[in-house]
Each structure stands twice: as C-alpha cells, then as structure tokens.
Design a protein around this ligand. Structure first.
Ligand code: FPP
Length: 231
C-alpha cells in the first residue's frame, strides 16, 4: 500500500448528538456526553496518524437558541473535559487553543480555558482547537473592525487572514461533518475555500479514530487542484 498523505489540518463539525440520544430514549445532553468520548477517540486517532491541527466546532453563535439546560450542559462538559485532562495534554504534547468570542461564556469556563491554554502553550505535537461561540460571519466582522481600528484605508486578503481568530492555523485540508447533513453552518467559510469536504452518515458519538482513518483514506483519493489543472 502506498503511503497515506496526512492532512495537516482536519476540522470537524460534530453533528447528530441529539439524534443519537433520541434514538436511545435519552436526554440531548447524554448525546453531548457521548460526544466527548468520540472527541477523545478522534484525538487519539489524530495523534497516531500525525495530524498536526485538529479543530472541533463545539458551540456556534447560533447554538444560543437552544434551551438553557442544554447550553449549561455543554458548557459543563467542555469545562470538565479541560479540567480532567492536564496530564493527558502534557504527556501527548497537545496545545489547547480556541477560536470564537468567549466573552459571554460563564467565568468558570473562561478561567478553565485560559488555564488550559496557558499550561499547554509550548506543546506542539497536536494543536487542538475548540470553536466556542464561533461563527464565520461574526469572526469576519470582528476581523474587519480590528483592521478599521488599526487605521488602514486599503487592505488585501492577508490583512483579513491575519485578523481572523484562525490566524495561528493553516487552512483546513479536510472538513468532516457527521450525521449526513451537507451544510457548513457558518463554520470557517473563508478558510474552507479549498478544503476537501466529507459527510459521513453516522452520528457524532459513533465517530472514532477508525472513522478518522477512513476519512483520511477518502481524502487521499481526492485530487486537490486549488484552481489549477490536473498534471
Ligand atoms: C451538534 O449535535 C453538537 C453540538 C452543537 C454540541 C457539541 C458539543 C459537545 C460534543 C461537547 C463539547 C465538548 C468539548 C470538550 C469541546 P446536535 O445537538 O445539533 O445534534 P442533532 O442535530 O442530532 O440534534
């Protein structure tokens, strides 16, 4: 078998937690809790494949429309995941980052996130980014306002790129959305201009390292031309 080309940046829209739970007669938050297990398995898979950047869409600017109970449950899961895993992050050399505007988040979550980011700042095997209160349109507006405030009168795309939340990330090579839905839902639309997209049917809690490997194999069958022509 020829050697697999490993995407540098894999970005994931975790969808289907609610449906996974409903199918089992469980509350929606049980689906999100099971989603954490899938995150853990996917991280292990990314580490063994050698993926350098892994980004999870964990809470969108639109997710505020959900019930307070569900939102509080998601916040608690993110906080506890970060709180419970400092040794894992250290041993596996994982750097934690976030994109999105976390200003409206509860203090305990913001404090935990800041602590995890500080403690893992120098780690560099895997850059693990969580998109939190993230929306592509909101990100672009915030980036443009930063540029306006810097006093620039004319800009190029680099100026926009450098002011996006994702300034520290390469563009995603592979974007995965689970549950069979084929939408991008305001996730890194600018950054995805040339990404390969993959929409497996299974719900997020059923995703795993094995599924990530399958996605990478499918990615290897795609021909990326970036607007050019086949060789
Ligand atoms: C989408 O499924 C899932 C979410 C909006 C939340 C995902 C959040 C987590 C798994 C917890 C995050 C934890 C960490 C550590 C980042 P859905 O609820 O929209 O599913 P449905 O479409 O079937 O209802």
């Amino acid at each position: 078998m020829s050697k697999l080309i490993i995407p540098k940046h894999v970005a994931i829209i975790m969808d289907g937690n609610g449906r996974w739970a409903k199918r089992r007669g469980l509350p929606r938050n049980a689906g999100h809790k099971a989603g954490i297990k899938a995150i853990e398995k996917t991280i292990e898979g990314a580490l063994s494949l050698g993926v350098k950047h892994l980004t999870f869409y964990a809470f969108s600017t639109e997710n505020w429309k959900r019930s307070k109970e569900e939102i509080d449950g998601i916040f608690a899961l993110i906080r506890d995941y970060l709180k419970d895993n400092p040794v894992f992050f250290k041993e596996k050399n994982i750097c934690i980052k976030h994109i999105g505007n976390i200003t409206p988040f509860p203090n305990d979550l913001k404090q935990q996130l800041s602590k995890s980011e500080q403690n893992t700042l120098k780690n560099d095997k895997l850059i693990l980014t969580f998109a939190l209160n993230y929306g592509g349109r909101d990100e672009i507006v915030r980036a443009v306002n930063k540029i306006i405030n810097s006093g620039k009168m004319e800009i190029n795309y680099k100026d926009i790129e450098q002011n996006l939340d994702t300034y520290f990330l390469p563009e995603p090579d592979l974007v995965i959305r689970t549950s069979g839905e084929k939408r991008l839902s305001n996730f890194m639309m600018l950054q995805m201009a040339y990404s390969e997209l993959y929409f497996p049917k299974l719900y997020w809690p059923d995703f795993s390292g094995k599924q990530l490997l399958k996605a990478v194999k499918i990615y290897n069958k795609r021909e990326r031309r970036f607007g050019g022509i086949s060789q």
